[in-house]
Design a protein around this ligand. Structure first.
Ligand code: CTP
Length: 431
């Protein structure tokens, strides 16, 4: 019996996939199809996959062409599969020509001509692209624009920058380039806001009132009430309203939270988060400089509230201002009934910007800059038990935020990454 194996993501299964499977099957008597797991796709930069692994497997099964379906979960697995399953032929589309020649050592490698004119990427962008408008200043909006190119499900069609903004470099890349927020709103389905925090509330409100979904940098409002108003308005209007703190969308950070909730370090007693930079680069023209808390507060508060909750019993705040009244450093101590937390944020003061979470069995150490980490360590009394965790991070989390926005608009959960009470408490601290 000649055994053939092929691999793919098979998202939104299309004619090109079925043709490939038919031809692979025809090469032998028994066809094994490897369907890639979500995590594996993520590590190879494929972040736009819309269907779950179960849905993709079901679609491959429904073709009736696979004799066996397996899940591809790790780099190098193909060699293991070929040896384990005693495979004779490895078949794959010609878009991979040459790439899998190393498998010739284990079986025969066949590259089958790819079907022209169809791909999952194309189907995703044609059917679902969310017309997105960006509001804010350089360099953040430029970075966001560049990252949006990796996400099929969104299409940036317009940019709005205030009078003193400097985004001219984007003017010929989008349909609408404007100083007028209302004009931008007429051209989009959703809006991403990265303006000065003091402008967030009124811009979010305006966008929601215009019937647009919103992804807004944190804080969404400068008081808890403002944040609650926006959440309620969006809910009543059937619109997606999401808070953007990149860290919350990064795999390493998400996995770290799960390990903490799974009691890997025991009961958490202390969370200490530091975020500092020597300048607040988020200042343009006449726009007020971002204070230390505006620039870094939401990021530093995120692990505190996500790990210990928002029911602290007291807080005390140390603030250091420059002579001209600019707030360049803030330290907040939170006291919980059975735990404590500290955040230190600076835009004119430098410190080791790491994150330490102390528990009764061990602690987690995330090195600087922890907010865009791909790595963390769980450390125990006995160093032999320490564990290191590595995860891929692409685009500092911006891509994942955009994918999450598109998912939420399609009916996914909008507060999965940042729960509503965390958003509200962050806004309350800004106040
Ligand atoms: N394939 C093909 N013809 C197409 C599309 C895919 O022969 N038009 C083949 C690929 O070469 C691969 C298999 O189908 O062997 C699974 O490909 P996959 O990456 O899942 O599909 P794509 O449509 O290429 O997905 P994407 O656009 O996300 O890259």
């Amino acid at each position: 019996m000649v055994k053939v194996i092929t691999y793919g993501t098979y998202d939104l299964l299309h004619y090109g996939h079925t043709r490939l499977l038919e031809r692979a099957k025809a090469l032998g008597d028994y066809l094994v199809v490897g369907v890639t797991a979500d995590d594996f796709d993520k590590t190879r930069g494929k972040i736009n996959v819309q269907q779950t692994l179960e849905e993709r497997i079901a679609a491959v099964r429904a073709t009736g062409l696979a004799d066996e379906i397996i899940v591809e979960q790790y780099e190098g697995q193909k060699i293991d599969d070929i040896r384990r399953l005693d495979i004779d032929i490895f078949a794959i589309g010609s878009d991979w020509e040459g790439y899998f020649d190393y498998l010739n050592e284990y079986c025969n490698v066949h590259y089958l001509p790819r079907t022209e004119g169809v791909s999952s990427s194309q189907i995703r962008s044609e059917t679902n692209a969310l017309r997105l408008g960006l509001v804010g200043y350089s360099p953040f909006v430029n970075k966001f624009f560049d990252e949006s190119k990796f996400v099929n499900a969104v299409d940036v069609v317009g940019v709005c920058t205030p009078e003193d903004g400097d985004l001219e470099s984007l003017s010929d890349k989008v349909d609408v380039f404007t100083r007028d927020f209302d004009e931008l709103l007429t051209a989009v389905d959703a809006i991403y806001i990265h303006s000065h925090p003091k402008d967030h509330y009124k811009q979010c409100k305006k966008a929601l009132e215009a019937g647009k979904h919103v992804l807004c940098e944190s804080p969404t409002g400068m008081t808890k009430e403002e944040c609650q108003n926006l959440i309620k308005y969006a809910k009543d209007s059937g619109l997606v309203f999401m808070e953007a703190i990149r860290t919350a969308y990064i795999t390493a950070y998400l996995r770290m939270l799960l390990l903490i909730k799974s009691s890997k370090i025991g009961k958490v007693i202390s969370v200490d988060a530091t975020c500092t930079s020597l300048t607040s680069t988020k200042s343009v023209g006449n726009n007020p400089r971002w204070s230390s808390l505006e620039a870094w507060g939401p990021t530093a508060l995120l692990p505190v509230f996500q790990i210990l909750g928002t029911d602290y019993s007291s807080k005390d705040i140390f603030v250091k201002n420059t002579e001209d009244g600019y707030n360049e450093f803030t330290k907040i101590n939170f006291t919980y009934p059975e735990a404590t937390a500290t955040i230190k944020v600076g835009t004119g003061v430098k410190s080791e910007s790491d994150l330490i979470i102390s528990g009764t069995k061990g602690y987690i150490y995330v090195p600087a800059p922890w907010w865009k980490t791909d790595y963390f360590e769980i450390r125990y009394e006995n160093p032999a038990n320490n564990k290191r965790y590595f995860y891929q991070v692409d685009g500092e989390g911006i891509r994942y935020e955009l994918v999450a926005l598109a998912d939420a608009v399609r009916g996914g959960c909008e507060d999965y990454y940042i729960s509503r009470n965390v958003s509200e408490e962050i806004a309350s601290i800004m106040n």
